[in-house]
Structure formats: C-alpha cells, structure tokens
Ligand binder design. Structure first.
Ligand code: SF4
Ligand code: SF4
Ligand code: SF4
Length: 280
C-alpha cells in the first residue's frame, strides 16, 4: 500500500512564504466537507515557517524550517481524540474530522510539533490536511508543494520499503520528539542547517596593520584528543566545521601551516561560533 509523506529540503527554503499563502488561499473562507472547516484568516499557520540564525558576525547564516502537520504514524493526536475525531487514512494522511472534533480543545496540546490550532469561532481544532480533498480529486501535489519556487517542498507517494530506502539514501531525518514512539511522516533534508551548529574562523598572517589571508592551512577539529574533522582554509583563509551538536562538548582546533607554525584553541560548543581571526 502506497502512503504519502512530505520531504522538505531546509537548504532550499528561502522563506518566500508562497507555501503559507497558498495554504491560506485554499482554506480561508472555503469549507471542504469531510476534510476541514474554513481556516481563519489570522492566528493559524498550517504551514509554519520557523527561522534560526546561526553564528556571530561575520560568519552568520539563517535557516528556515517549514513545519506542516507531520502526519505521524502512532500519532498522539489520534490517541487523545474522543469519538474517533482524528484518524489516519490508509494512505498515511491524518485528518481531524471537522464535525466530531468540535469542542475538543485538548487536541491542540496533544501535538508535540505544535501543528494543531484552535479555531475559537468554530470551536474546533484544525491543522494541515495534506490537501487530501485535492489529492482525492486526482491532484498530484498539495497546494503548498505546487507553489514552492525552489523545490524545497515535495511529497512522496510510495510503498514503505521504498520510503525506507529513500530515507537511507538521501539521509532524511525527522524532527525530535520527547516521545520516541511518534513516527513523523515529514522528512527533512539538510536538517543540520536548523538543528546543528558550526565552528568557523579565519587564518591570517601579519599584524593588525598589514595582514593577508592564508589559504591552504590545515585546520583540525578534535574532541577528547581524537580528530573529528580536518580541512584546509579556503582562498579567504576561512574554515568552517558544520553539523556539530550544540551539546556543550569541548573541542580543540589546531592550525598547522606549511612553515610548521602550530596554534591550538579550545571552545565549548553550545551554539554556533565564530572564533575570530587566528594569526600565524
Ligand atoms: S504532527 Fe501533530 S497533529 Fe500532525 S499527526 Fe503528528 S501529532 Fe497529529
Ligand atoms: S498540504 Fe495543503 S493543508 Fe497542508 S500545509 Fe500544504 S497547502 Fe496547507
Ligand atoms: S514556498 Fe518553498 S521556499 Fe518559499 S517558504 Fe515555502 S518552502 Fe520555503
């Protein structure tokens, strides 16, 4: 049985909000019987784009994380719902029944990803439907995916075995939850841009008055005296070690030039860091 999943490439999202707006266009003022009541114009973000800045000047980057409902397997929202008000279809899509879910405000807190919103006027919990009403009519993509200009959003409709292969081959990841039994069906590429951190720096020779960037210097990153990664500085004398966990680990960075000059600095990694210019 084929099932749907989202695949979202964090590195391709430019925060244009086309996905968010097309979702609003599809649902605000429109009722899709059996699938959803109208989405309010304000206060709900079924496609919610989160933002994170990493680093310090001059080494800063920004990542955007589009967050729809993850259409989880073993979804907590389904367990909390009374009277079968939230259910999973055979194709993997999780739907909040727009009639049965009336008054069930507790559904909002049941979602570990913050993907359920409360509609005060209609007294109902609401969320992304994966545009099931369109897919059931033969559409190949939900509105948000269709409107994404960079290809950051895509969907899969494949057998579970093929999904597992793709997860492995494309190194797809899901967002962490406290409850590891929750299995989101929204997979991310390049999630490190949002969830991990980096150590960056620059190598130069000379002094504050006359200086030049030094290309090709060997820089090593060590933890517990073991080499974690190694690279050479680029044309601008810069180096950057990425995909590191912000878990407070202590790292050492060693700099070794062709002339044999060696420098060593230590850092504690709790967030992305620019260690400054290292003079050799
Ligand atoms: S992301 Fe939240 S609302 Fe969506 S299926 Fe999972 S638990 Fe339910
Ligand atoms: S799949 Fe449809 S309902 Fe879900 S965020 Fe995209 S446009 Fe909105
Ligand atoms: S449409 Fe695509 S690029 Fe634009 S914000 Fe949404 S996911 Fe990002």
């Amino acid at each position: 049985m084929k099932k749907y999943s989202f695949v979202i490439d964090v590195a391709k999202c430019e925060n244009c909000n086309n996905c968010f707006l097309s979702c609003k266009d599809e649902y605000c003022g429109n009722e899709w019987p059996g699938y959803s009541l109208p989405q309010p114009l304000h206060g709900q973000r079924w496609m919610n784009i989160k933002r994170k800045e990493r680093g310090d000047f001059p080494e800063i980057d920004v990542a955007y994380l589009p967050k729809p409902c993850m259409h989880c397997d073993d979804a907590p929202c389904i367990k909390v719902a009374r009277d079968g008000a939230v259910y999973k279809r055979e194709d993997g899509i999780v739907i909040i029944d727009p009639q049965k879910a009336k008054g069930q405000k507790e559904l909002v807190k049941s979602c570990p990803f913050g993907a359920i919103w409360w509609n005060e006027e209609a007294q109902i919990a609401q969320k992304c439907t994966f545009c099931a009403h369109l897919l059931d009519k033969g559409w190949k993509k939900p509105r948000c995916v269709q409107s994404c200009p960079t290809g950051a959003l895509s969907i899969l409709y494949v057998e579970e075995e093929e999904l597992e292969n793709l997860i492995r081959e494309d190194r797809l990841e899901t967002l962490d939850t406290v409850d590891s039994s929750v299995l989101p069906r929204c997979f991310y590429k390049n999630l490190y841009r949002y969830s991990k951190c980096f150590i960056a720096g620059s190598v130069a020779s000379g002094d504050d008055t006359v200086s030049e960037c030094v290309e090709g210097v060997k820089v090593q990153l060590l933890r517990d005296s073991l080499v974690v990664d190694s690279q050479n500085t680029d044309y601008f004398g810069d180096f950057k070690f990425d995909m590191l966990s912000p878990d407070g680990s202590t790292y050492s960075i060693t700099i070794e030039s062709e002339k044999g000059i060696k420098k060593k600095i230590g850092v504690k990694l709790e967030k992305s860091l620019f260690v400054g210019t290292i003079w050799i």
